[in-house]
Ligand binder design. Structure first.
Ligand code: NAD
Length: 479
């Protein structure tokens, strides 16, 4: 079995206690890797290393161009290691290999390139003042960043946090999710190879409560906490951060509304609605898991949508043609299974789909459930979509906004006015019109309500990962 250690101060190490845990491949349901299991002492070692690298190491002092060269080298190395990084995520959590290799690993490389260039090319404000002064802004690194990541897009979401933090001169302690530890260790090995100084990017493995996750969020040596995960965990982390007054960015759960209007191009709507719910086997915070379809096209849309869902290839995520793999863990499978098994109890009908072999759930399309069914309200995080008809635009907007979550929404229409009107009315951090998942890394990313606090991306990441400082200069009028 392969071993993946913590990476602390540039060295791959075991836990102080010697403890380990194993990561199971959710398709074979057999352990495939052994991982160092950290505790508070390991988290403390990592924060101490990051603190030292920040307080007296070269990284915060070397400037954006030199840091950028190292981050670009890291991006090149990530691309050169697309096979082992992609396979690590696939074996850890069952993501179809075409998605880890074709989307997640390239996006990880793109995250480093984008934020390296963004930091280097950023401008700052200069405010000429009538009083004979001028004020300018400096964006100074915040310090030690704790990054706590989920398991659904392991490498891609870890680098979405690490890349801007590093580009702006911070040092980082990353805690990957316990279900997906491997790619984080590989990434840290590559960072050393790219020339990143020791202590700049540290990785500690472990769990959340009473483990490395909790230790990092409560640590007084941490200056920023960036967290992606469940809304319930976000509440716990926000409380820990509040006790130390540590700024925190929370990217949390979602229950994306997807509105298909009668004036939509139905081919486009079917194609994207399938991707919106079944990509990554539905384990996507942005998943379009509430599908509202205008009555005039409801039957036709449902027929085509269910037929497309039915055609998806289920199987071993390591195979090239697999589109739907197993769910990430036994525990997660049990959660999704309970939703599939209670559809009928709630008065709903499974049009297509249901349980499959092992920890696999087929693409499942459900009708007949109302807005208040748990399936329509709660984040299932699996390949199950609830389809609900509507009559008017106002009704569609009201149904979409009737959720505690507000991460994203999608709408399909060929009517320009409706597209703008509805986009403005939807309470969500991102609205996609006639598409899904397309991202410009300069754009704000985050959610409203239970979907989180704050935004990351472009200048929004700069705001979070730096301490902006105002410098006020007096200019004398005479020599
Ligand atoms: P999770 O909240 O269970 O765990 C996320 C991370 O937090 C893990 O590393 C875990 O070990 C750690 N953790 C758990 N409890 C902790 C605690 N008390 N203190 C510190 N750390 C703790 O989430 P998950 O199941 O890994 O991920 C799925 C969730 O993430 C879904 O709700 C999904 O919507 C959300 N998500 C959101 C986004 C977004 O950008 N908004 C992106 C991806 C996933």
């Amino acid at each position: 079995m392969e071993f993946f250690g913590h990476v602390i101060d540039g060295e791959e190490v075991t836990s102080g206690s010697g403890a380990t845990f194993s990561s199971a491949d959710p398709y074979t349901r057999e352990p495939w890797a052994e991982i160092a299991l950290g505790d508070q002492a390991d988290a403390d070692r990592a924060v101490t290393a990051a603190r030292r690298a920040f307080d007296s190491g070269p990284w915060p002092r070397m400037g954006t161009a030199e840091r950028g060269r190292i981050l670009h080298r890291l991006a090149d190395l990530i691309e050169a290691h697309v096979e082992d990084l992609g396979m690590a995520d696939t074996r850890d959590m069952g993501k179809p290999i075409t998605q880890s290799r074709g989307n997640d690993v390239p996006r990880a490389a793109a995250n480093f390139r984008f934020f390296a260039d963004h930091a280097r090319l950023s401008t700052a404000e200069l405010l000429p003042m009538d009083s004979g002064h001028h004020t300018y802004t400096r964006y100074e690194p915040a310090g030690v960043v704790a990054a706590i990541a989920p398991w659904n897009f392991p490498l891609m979401l870890e680098t979405w946090k690490i890349a801007p933090a590093l580009a702006w001169g911070n040092t980082v302690v990353l805690k990957p999710a316990e279900d997906t530890p491997a790619s984080a260790t590989i990434l840290a090995r590559l960072a050393t190879e790219a020339g990143m100084p020791p202590g700049v990017l540290n990785v500690v493995h472990g769990y959340g409560p009473d483990s490395t996750g909790q230790a990092l969020t409560e640590h007084l040596g941490v200056d920023r906490i960036t967290f992606t995960g469940e809304s319930g965990t976000g509440r716990i982390i926000a409380a820990a951060a509040a006790r130390n007054l540590t700024p925190v960015s929370l990217e949390l759960g979602g229950k994306g509304a997807n509105l298909v209007f009668a004036d939509a191009d139905l081919d486009t709507a079917v194609e994207w609605s399938i991707k919106a719910i079944f990509t990554n086997t539905g384990q996507v915070c942005l998943a379009g898991s509430r599908l509202y379809v205008q009555n005039d096209v409801y039957d036709e849309f449902l027929r085509r949508f269910a037929a497309a869902a039915d055609k998806m290839v289920i199987g071993d995520p390591k195979q090239e043609d697999t589109q739907i793999g197993p769910l990430a863990s036994r525990q997660h499978y049990d959660k999704v299974r309970s939703y599939v098994e209670t559809v009928a109890d709630e008065g709903g009908t499974i049009v297509t789909g249901g349980l499959d072999e092992g920890w696999t759930v087929q693409p499942t399309v459900v009708t007949g459930l109302g807005q208040d069914a748990p399936h329509s309200r709660e984040e299932i995080f699996g390949p199950l979509v609830v389809v609900i008809p509507f009559d008017t635009e106002a009704e569609a907007v009201s149904l979409a906004n009737d959720s505690r979550y507000g991460l994203n929404a999608m709408l399909f229409t060929e009517n320009l006015h409706r597209a703008h009107r509805v986009s403005a009315a939807l309470q969500a951090g991102t609205v996609w019109v006639n598409c899904f998942f397309v991202r410009d890394l300069r754009a704000p990313f985050g959610g409203v309500g239970d979907s989180g606090i704050g935004r990351e991306g472009g200048n929004f990441s700069r705001e979070f990962f730096t301490e902006p400082k105002a410098v006020v200069m007096q200019i004398r009028n005479e020599e």
